[in-house]
Design a protein around this ligand. Sequence first.
Ligand code: CP
Ligand code: NVA
Length: 304
Amino acid sequence: MEKLQHLLTLKDLSQEQLLGLLELAKQVKANPSEFSQALAGKSIVTLYEKPSLRTRVTFDIGIAKLGGHTVYLDQNNGALGKRESVADFAKNISCWADGIVARTFSHKTVEELAEHGRVPVVNSLSDMYHPCQGLADFLALSEQFDDLSNVKLAYIGDGNNVTHSLMFAAAITGAEMVVICPEGCFPDGKVVLEAQALAAHYGGSLELSTDPKAAQNADAVYADTWISMGDDVSYEDIKDKFAPYQVNQQMMDSLEIGYFMHCQPAHIGQEVTQEVFDGDKSLVLQQAENRMHAQNAVLITLLA
Ligand code: CP
Ligand code: NVA
């Protein structure tokens, strides 16, 4: 298997690499003590241009559980690329740290960190992708379904960074995926074509629809915020357009959907109702827990 250098987008993974990461994540989850020294002596800079709960805590605690150490950098010491260039920043961090985990506004910034640094870079959310989320979500799905290639996943709402990573994960595992969005809110056209090509290669499928009924019989329906960090729109302006795309109990029942998924943070009463979010078909806390295990599998693969 080709050695992974960075994790900037799931598109870069072969099926063998992606399934290998999920398998390693399951081992880390089941037998944490076996991996308690996997990153001993390693220091990782975690860098944030945007707020975070799950990502910050799962990387901090996850890296500690592997025997490594994190240095948290937010924008209080100067915005990335302002006080010095992203290239210089990456070169300097590479003198001291063994890896960089970065949450940035622009995907170009994580690409520049990888290009100019000398250590592995993990994208912990950019405007284009959220690969760690996609891995954790497919780990959760693989805990419910033995064969991911038989899974039908429906994503409903705004086509965004999370959608893109789910599309690649579904395509590479050979799953069936439908992305359901209001007109004008579909995922990036180039990413759709890339994911459809991968889906065709691996025996899966990716379809787009404006009709919520396209989620009929999905094994899981996935929702995310209608307004992502960095989006310049107001809720008032979009709420009527998105209202038919809310995941509620009526949708779950009438379309005979198996599970509900959400990356969180959730906006209750907007993209999902409290009843569904807290319901017995909700995988949201399993997804959140799996962030740590999936990321630890990535870090072990890149750094150990
Ligand atoms: N899902 C996720 O990335 O959550 P945070 O923004 O809280 O890190
Ligand atoms: N699409 C969301 C995901 C948050 C984890 C955002 O980018 O804000």
